[in-house]
Every structure is written in C-alpha cells, then in structure tokens.
Design a protein around this ligand. Sequence first.
Ligand SMILES: Cc1cc2nc3c(=O)[nH]c(=O)nc-3n(C[C@H](O)[C@H](O)[C@H](O)COP(=O)(O)OP(=O)(O)OC[C@H]3O[C@@H](n4cnc5c(N)ncnc54)[C@H](O)[C@@H]3O)c2cc1C
Length: 484
Amino acid sequence: MKGVVPPRPPRSGYAPRRPPATGAALWTNLRPTVRHGRVKQPARILVVGGGYVGMNAALRLRRALGDDARVTVVSCDPYMTYQPFLAETAAGSIAPAHVVVPLRRVLAGCTVIVGDVLRIEHARRTAIAATPASRQEGGTGEIELPYDEVVVACGSVSRTLPVPGLAETGIGFKTVEEAIGLRNHVLTQLDIASSTRDVEIRDAALTFVVVGGGFAGVGALGELEDMSRYATRHFHNVTAGDLRWVLVEAADRILPEVGAEVADRTLRELRRRNIDVRLSTRLESCEHSVARLSDGSRLPTRTVVWTAGVKPHPLVAACDLPRTGDGALRCDATLRLEGTAHAWAAGDAAAVPDLTAAEPGTLCAPSAQHAVRQARVLADNVVATLRGEPLTDYRHAHVGSVAPLGLHKGVASLYGRRLTGYPAWLMHRAFHLSQVPTLNRKSRVVADWLLAALVKREIVALGSLETPRAEFELAAGSDRRPDA
Ligand SMILES: Cc1cc2nc3c(=O)[nH]c(=O)nc-3n(C[C@H](O)[C@H](O)[C@H](O)COP(=O)(O)OP(=O)(O)OC[C@H]3O[C@@H](n4cnc5c(N)ncnc54)[C@H](O)[C@@H]3O)c2cc1C
C-alpha cells in the first residue's frame, strides 16, 4: 500500500520496536514490512474498548490497512455486547451467549488483549493497562502499550445519583451479566414469595421498581413484567395480580427518544397492564428493602433497577485528552480529539457535534446507531491521516428507535413510522436482527426465537450461578454457607 506515514519520528533501516518492559509477548507480532526494497514500520493503532465503536473501527482499520498497521484492541471483556437485545435476554427469549460477539473470532488479524486500560498518557503515546495475568505477575501489575494512533471507545457507565441505598442494592442494566442476574433475581423473588408466610417479605419480593423511563428502562420493564406474569402460571400461590411493577420517571413523560404521541400510547399500554407508572417522581432512597419516592410513597421492595441514563466511562478522566464539562472526550466532526493529533474517539464516551441538528452546538445522543456509523468514519479518517489524505466529517440524522415491551408487544419510531403493539414488536425484531453483527449471531438469535415460538418459555431461576462454588464448599466442610 502506498503512502502510509508512521506518525512517529522516521527511523532508518531495520529497527524493530523495543517491546515494553512487561507484557512483551503482547507485541511479538510487530514486524516491519519490506516493500519495493524499503522498510516500513507498521503503524501501531491501539483501540481502547471492544464495544460497538471499538469492534467496528478495528475491523475496518484491519481491512483497509492490512499489514501496514498493527491493530490492537484492549477490552475488559473478550466480547462485544449487542445491548438492544438485553431486555429479550433478561426475559429468556434470547440465550445470553447469543447477544455477545466474540472479539477474537471477528477481529482476525488484530491483537485482542483482555484487560482494563487504567490511563492514557497521550503526551508520550502510551496507554497503561492491567490484565488478569499482569495482576498476578507482581510488580506494579501494569503493562505499557505504546501506540502511534489511539482510538478511545470505552463507552459509558450508568449515571447514578447519591440516593441512599442505591449503590448497595441497585441493579444496573447495561451488561449481559446484569441481564442474566436480573432475570434470576426476579424469578428468585417469585420463589421467595411462594415459600414465605411473612406478608412483609412477600410484598417486598413481589414489588419491582424500575427507575428511568427511557428506552432501556421501558424495554427492561416491559419484558420482565411479561416474563414474570407468565411465570406465575406455574406457581400454586402466586398470581399475576400479586405482582407489582412500578416505573419511576423524573420527567413528566416517558421515552424522550420518540414523539409525544408514541410515548402516550406506550404509557397507556403499560398502565393497561397494571404497571404503576409514576411521572415527575424521583427515587429518594432504597434502604432496608423499602423504596421511598418523592411523591411521599413508601414501597417495600427487594428490587430496584436503575436505568436513569449514562455518563462517559471514568477512564476518560484518567487521560490527558480534551474533555467537556460532562466528562466526555471533546471531538471535532472528524472524530479526532479537538486540537490533538493521533487521538480519536466516538460513541458514548465522546462528545461529537451533530451536524444534522438545527441548533448549532448540539451533540450526538449516545446510541448504537451513532456509535456504529461513527466507527466507520473514524476508521476511514485514521486511514486517511496515515495516507495524508483529507478527512471526512461525521454526519448522520437519527433514524429513530425501537424497543420490545414483552412477547408480541413493542414501541417503535423509525424512519418516520410510529408504531406500538405487535407491528412495533415485529419491527423491533426485524430491525435489530439486521443490525446484530455477523451471520453467526443472526442465525443463533433466529434459532432462539423459533425455539421459543415452538416450545414453552424457560422460567427457571438459576440464582446459584452467582455463587458457583458454594455447593462444593459446603460438601468440603468449609464454614461458608450459600447465601440466602
Ligand atoms: C439496555 C440497553 C438498550 C439499548 N438499546 C439501544 C437501541 O435500541 N438503539 C440504540 O441505538 N442504542 C441502544 N442502546 C445504546 C447503545 O448500546 C450504546 O450507545 C452503544 O453501546 C455505545 O457504543 P460504545 O462503543 O460507545 O460503547 P460500548 O458498546 O458500551 O463499548 C464500550 C467497550 O469499552 C470497554 N471498556 C470500558 N472501559 C474500558 C477500559 N478501561 N479498558 C478497556 N476496555 C474498556 C467495554 O468492555 C466495552 O467493550 C442501548 C443501551 C442499553 C444499555
């Protein structure tokens, strides 16, 4: 390939890069390429994060640059999670392993390192990371990853508030582990309610509070309420009427992502299903199995699901890179960090100008839709930079959103079409099936749906998944007992 300009100071002749003091094995595949008698060092591109942006950008960079670059992806998990399917995973319609995409299989030709980037020292073009192995190797437990170009794609974390009891008892809904944990937790509450004579314990077990009425919260609530109602068919002493699902939303409406008309229809549908939706209401505390709300009510509950928005990942604050007051990486429209060479960002961790918005200064909302498209433009611009070509601005008008509300129920506002109920549910499935990466995952998801349509839903609680050694410890005579 012509014109690849490694941005570091030029080296003469064959000069293999010195591996870092630790984690050297991670870099052993770095070799210069020889083209037309000239030696070129492959550009070292470090991608931090293996989510929507990280996986898609790395794939595109690898395809475009081939052996002219060494693309390394560092991610906390060895997989990318397709988050729009988490609600269906929690409800048991899709197997957990089928909503994640294995990075090593998809990113052939890239180096995938499972670990946490702890900070980025861009002034010396080095990221500092910790891997499960480096933590056991003694010393600082850290490895250094030098780079020529860095792509920061570490996404977001739940935006929490200082609500007493929330950090100790709240359940997030961003990861596949949380989705499985929540499913098991909800089903375990039905088991608890079924086996107690204590009215207070029973009430708390059968009351489920979800905080946050955006797409993630409404989708999780809709699917889990539907699943729990179905599960009560198999209990002799718990009925669907005993369940109490409460949605708490601080704003005066739900689903800010869609128009008022669709939001109103969804609200009516939720209330028709006896879901208690409290608008203009805040969670004030959730201690001692009681949720106190700003409207003065006091709900005994063992379940508080927190889906009240996201904020940029805390890693951003540990980087010497420009950021906004909200803690996001400040990008220009080419997805380069503002005024900073060789550093790029996109997705939930980045503040990217929305060039399609009527109002100047508007930023792209955190969504998969933007993340995937930004990843493509970002990768193309990294390639263009290495080749000395002009960069492209990111420009995409949001096409809308779709979310499931249980089996055969949904809400959609997509490409100008506003739907609720069965057509919206079909649209949700068709749209996300088209978006979920790889034919392999698409086939597995379709197989799950077909199976669920042919045989009854799976409603068993596997609560002991979280303490897999408890049984063996008990057998081995250890003092530890499985948690109640
Ligand atoms: C339940 C739910 C439903 C959603 N539904 C929709 C929807 O229907 N439509 C839509 O458009 N959007 C939806 N979204 C939003 C969408 O999923 C996000 O906007 C998108 O995932 C952002 O992509 P990202 O690459 O920035 O972050 P992510 O996909 O979250 O990826 C971040 C990656 O960074 C890694 N990482 C984090 N910190 C570090 C570190 N220190 N070191 C190394 N790696 C790190 C993580 O392991 C992860 O791999 C939904 C989100 C949720 C939670």
